[in-house]
Design a protein around this ligand. Structure first.
Ligand SMILES: [Zn+2]
Ligand SMILES: [Zn+2]
Ligand SMILES: [Zn+2]
Length: 202
């Protein structure tokens, strides 16, 4: 690619794709440039005011759009990276195509990792923290009663697994399960009218 071309790269905050586009330095000076994502929901924009370049870049890291001011020597020569105001990580690369692509790939891996981590954190959280807290404290009260939690098979040994919107009680002898839902007020009311719980074993 000619030395007169500049490549821009960012991560689309909407769909997570790597977005790259190249413009000649003449085109960048002559008029506004737009580098859109294929999904159509984000676009990098550049404008030259005769002195400086104004760039707005959708940020794949924090989801906001950041504005940057670049003097021509940064915009048109060498490699430039623009930082995310929130996280201080680079969210946009400008320069030679191969270098932009390499940096963008690394950024993409990072963004995906962070997204996965966020997703798993959200999965661990409860559907309704207040209800879950109440259900667990009610279960504690029931378990504290004499024969509060038993299994039909005669066992008193059970394990408790807390899930996103339910608590599972499982008999350690026969493996039978009792699911206590913990998502709504009604689930809590249902549980509160039980003095004791019986796992439906054999
Ligand atoms: Zn997109
Ligand atoms: Zn950002
Ligand atoms: Zn049992």
């Amino acid at each position: 690619m000619s030395k007169d071309m500049r490549t821009f790269g960012y991560i689309c905050p909407e769909c997570g794709a790597m977005v790259m586009g190249s413009r000649s330095i003449f085109a960048l000076a002559a008029s506004d440039a737009e580098i859109p994502c294929q999904c159509g929901k984000s676009v990098l924009h550049t404008r030259y005011d005769g002195q400086n370049y104004h760039i707005t870049v959708p940020c794949g890291i924090c989801g906001e759009t950041h504005a940057a001011l670049c003097p021509p020597e940064r915009m048109l020569q060498g490699g430039t990276a623009l930082g995310c105001a929130d996280t201080k990580q680079f969210c946009c690369y400008i320069g030679e195509e191969g270098l932009v692509e390499k940096n963008l790939r690394e950024l993409s891996v990072l963004v995906q990792k962070e997204k996965q981590q966020k997703d798993s954190e959200e999965q661990e959280a409860f559907l309704d923290n207040v209800i879950m807290y109440e259900v667990l404290s009610e279960l504690r009260d029931i378990a504290a009663r004499k024969d509060g939690i038993t299994c039909l098979c005669g066992s008193r040994a059970y394990s408790m697994t807390v899930r996103r919107s339910a608590v599972d009680l499982q008999c350690k002898e026969c493996g039978a399960k009792l699911r206590i839902n913990a998502a709504t007020d009604r689930d809590l009311d249902d549980l509160c009218c039980h003095m004791k719980l019986v796992i439906p074993g054999k």
